[in-house]
Design a protein around this ligand. Structure first.
Ligand code: ZN
Length: 425
């Protein structure tokens, strides 16, 4: 449990992914280092940015390279075997490569379907990422109403269905032109047939009613609407998701042992495991929400006046006294009335060269208070936690009328959650 909670506490919500060959799906808790500024991939590691659509950053995780390679090689091998006589190896592999790229473009469109509907109903979308199990859209919060949940969830599979129909139309069109001496229409027809089929598989796989798949989200929306309880709906959808995940794992093991399908079987096991951890993390997340909702920031804030400094203090002092001696990583710059003026973290301190530390004043390098996310003593820890995630920071200054009372940290929230979970069981 503690591992789940710490993962959830360091991540944001995500919407289901999709996949294709041989399937794909969703994720709920990328281990993320909250104070890192570099772009971390789904499992950590690198990811690359492709561009932005409607304010949503589209990225490719390094693990995607594996599935892209597998899809391309598997398609190329099949096309090569089927057209040993009439297609040159160049045509075979160019077709496999282009079709595979179009397939992953289809996955991005599937996620964009979710994302654009989410934006329509007022849920902000942080990013869309292609990774080893398909794609995933990261939403900043849960939908507020059952209807929104259902609409967002249905949009993805709907896009996949439309793509399947479109590719099937193209395939029909070009099949009619077959017989052309160049053979080009046949190549297009064949690639389009594959794309139509695989988009259809993506649509069908994702409507399986097990959370966190799209169908599981629809189920949650329906149960939520029927019972009025988001918590109960999540539990039902996650239980059904776990059942489906175990089924996939069982099928995977069976096909490795008895079907001699080593790669396909292992793939099913991985996807099942992945779904299972996502379903569990979602239930964990909900528990956390229930706990943090009940606690006020005033009760858990930490007040460490060693970390409070005046704007005129020198950077050198902070480094030698605060960082070296007391192991502090964040300093709060306050005036004589304890009004917060800004903060200085190790990041700002590290920008000052050793020679300049004795001359540089803290106020010259601080991040001003206006540019900071803050919280107030009366706020619920859940709301404050969401702000931590949204701003991707480790702590929030707690202010009352601009006066600094202390700080709310992720570590402290985690400790609160763990303590309450322990008391429960
Ligand atoms: Zn989806």
């Amino acid at each position: 449990m503690s591992q789940v909670t710490s993962q959830v506490l360091s991540s944001e919500r995500e919407l289901s992914a999709t996949g294709g060959y041989p399937a794909g799906m969703a994720h709920s808790d990328p281990p993320g280092s909250p104070d890192s500024t570099h772009r971390a991939g789904v499992f950590g590691g690198a990811s690359w940015r492709l561009g932005t659509v409607s304010g949503i950053e589209i990225t490719v995780d390094h693990t995607w390279v594996l599935i892209f390679g597998l899809v391309t090689v598997s398609l190329g091998t099949r096309l090569g075997a089927a057209h040993a006589e009439d297609w040159s190896p160049g045509v075979v592999w160019a077709t496999a490569l282009v079709a595979s790229l179009l397939f992953f473009t289809s996955i991005v469109l599937h996620e964009l379907g979710h994302s654009l509907v989410a934006q329509r109903v007022g849920v902000r979308v942080r990013s869309i990422t292609l990774f080893v199990f398909g794609g995933l859209a990261r939403l900043e919060s849960e939908p507020r109403r059952p209807r929104d949940e259902i609409l967002i969830a249905l949009a993805g599979p709907l896009v996949s269905l439309v793509l399947a129909a479109a590719f099937s139309g193209i395939a029909g069109l070009f099949a009619g032109l077959a017989g052309d001496a160049s053979g080009a229409p046949e190549v297009v027809a064949e690639a389009s047939t594959w794309l139509a089929r695989i988009n259809l598989i993506v649509a069908i796989f994702n409507v399986v009613p097990g959370f966190p798949l799209d169908g599981g989200r629809v189920l949650r929306g329906v149960v939520w609407a029927a019972t009025g309880s988001f918590a109960r709906a999540t539990r039902v959808a996650a239980a059904s998701g776990s059942l489906f995940a175990y089924t996939l794992i069982g099928l995977g093991i069976f096909s490795v042992l008895f079907g001699r399908q080593l790669l396909g079987g292992l793939w099913l096991v991985f996807i099942g495991w992945f779904l299972l951890s996502a379903a569990r993390a979602t239930v964990g997340q909900m528990l956390i929400e229930q706990i943090l909702e009940q606690v006020r920031v005033a009760h858990v804030l930490e007040r460490n006046e060693r970390a409070w400094v005046q704007g005129l203090a020198r950077v050198g002092e902070l480094v030698t006294r605060g960082v070296m001696q007391h192991g502090l990583r964040t300093f709060f710059v306050v005036d004589e009335r304890e009004q917060l003026r800004g903060i200085v973290t190790l990041h700002e301190l590290s920008q000052v060269s050793e020679d300049e530390r004795s001359q540089t004043r803290v106020e010259e390098i601080m991040v001003p208070a206006e540019a900071l996310a803050t919280t107030s003593p009366d706020e619920s820890c859940w709301d404050a936690f969401q702000r931590l995630s949204e701003w991707n920071v480790n702590q929030l200054p707690v202010l009352a009328d601009g006066r600094l009372l202390g700080a709310l940290t992720r570590e402290r929230l985690l400790a609160v959650v763990q303590a309450r979970l322990t008391l429960r069981t």
